[in-house]
Design a protein around this ligand. Structure first.
Ligand SMILES: *[C@@H]1O[C@H](CO)[C@@H](O)[C@H](O)[C@H]1NC(C)=O
Ligand SMILES: *[C@@H]1O[C@H](CO)[C@@H](O)[C@H](O)[C@H]1NC(C)=O
Length: 293
């Protein structure tokens, strides 16, 4: 399971936003003086998970009349202290409230569906005679994770300088579509070698992201006879997976062997004297070669 830390808001930030909210309110909204509403909604949740939405308010001298939660324009929860049943829920598609775990300060949503993505608003109204109204807002996106790590398609096992690399990376069936990136030898590639495709629409509103890598191989791409190709898939801060492949340089001669043949141009590989090497040596070499390759 991926650990999720989007609920973690540094205290100083909360303080700063509270201060700026206060300044904003005192400057512009005299009618609602003394009423501050602050909402905490998780930015991302994985489909099927639960979420706790928090609504904190500061009333000062006023008394709470009602606290209501809306998704978009649809109300799904209210807390009214004066009512016999203080807590009430309302049907909204994609939302399921656990009323027993909800209170004035928080509302618990369970088994989140993709349809639960959207904007959430907590509205606080104070008692008569003021009837001050104030609200806070937050967005939540429900994510359906890709069904597998990224998949690479179109890679050959070996390339040589001049060959075209034309490979697709796809991250199957997620919502929203994953953000893909390509790395060649651990360096993120530039846009010029990318082929962008729009996501493939799958069943159930899911999407498959596809990103192509397209370039002509040169000698300098190979490091010790290998070219490393890696694709990463990311969804916000809650999903990260990568897939990589190492392709060979066609007819690559290992460094030591290449140096050897330069240093000893008449080594047995290319000199007539090699013919004098006994036959059983060649058989042995062929055997070792086929075993290694
Ligand atoms: C929520 O999302 C909407 C639409 O993308 C955006 O306009 C709004 O600013 C967001 N609100 C917050 C509190 O992030
Ligand atoms: C890559 O994907 C695109 C869009 O799905 C497709 O048109 C193209 O043929 C694919 N290329 C390879 C190398 O698989």
């Amino acid at each position: 399971m991926i650990s999720i830390r989007q609920d973690c808001v540094p205290g100083s930030m909360v303080h700063a936003s509270l201060v700026s909210l206060l300044l904003f309110l005192s400057g512009l909204m005299r009618a609602a003086e003394g009423l501050v509403v602050e909402v905490r909604v998780p930015a991302y949740k994985i489909r099927g998970e639960d979420a706790e939405l928090q609504c904190h308010y500061m009333l000062q001298d006023a008394t709470l009349y009602s606290l209501k939660w809306y998704k978009g324009d649809s109300q799904f929860y209210q807390y009214i202290p004066a009512n016999r049943e203080t807590k009430t829920t309302f049907e909204v598609p994609g939302l399921q409230v656990d009323i027993s775990k909800s209170s004035v300060g928080k509302v618990k949503l369970v088994a989140l569906q993709l349809a639960a993505s959207g904007s959430y608003r907590c509205e606080v109204i104070t008692e008569a005679p003021q009837f001050f109204t104030q609200f806070g807002e937050g967005n939540m996106t429900i994510v359906d994770l890709p069904v597998s790590a990224p998949v690479l398609e179109g890679a050959h096992t070996a390339y040589e300088a001049g060959d075209l690399v034309n490979i697709n990376c796809s991250s199957p069936c997620s919502k929203p579509a994953a953000t893909l990136e390509w790395f060649v030898n651990e360096h993120r590639v530039t846009d010029s070698v990318l082929r962008r495709f729009s996501p493939i629409q799958e069943q159930g509103g899911l999407e498959t992201a596809v990103l192509g890598l397209f370039f002509r191989v040169t000698k300098r791409h190979f490091q010790s006879g290998h070219l490393q190709l890696k694709c990463t898939a990311r969804i916000a801060s809650i999903y990260y997976q990568s897939q990589e492949t190492s392709v060979r340089e066609t007819n690559f001669l290992p460094q030591t062997q290449a140096e050897e043949s330069r240093r000893y141009p008449f080594s047995f590989f290319n000199s007539a004297s090699s013919l004098l090497v006994p036959l059983h040596f060649w058989l042995l070499l062929a055997l070792v070669h086929s075993y290694v390759v």
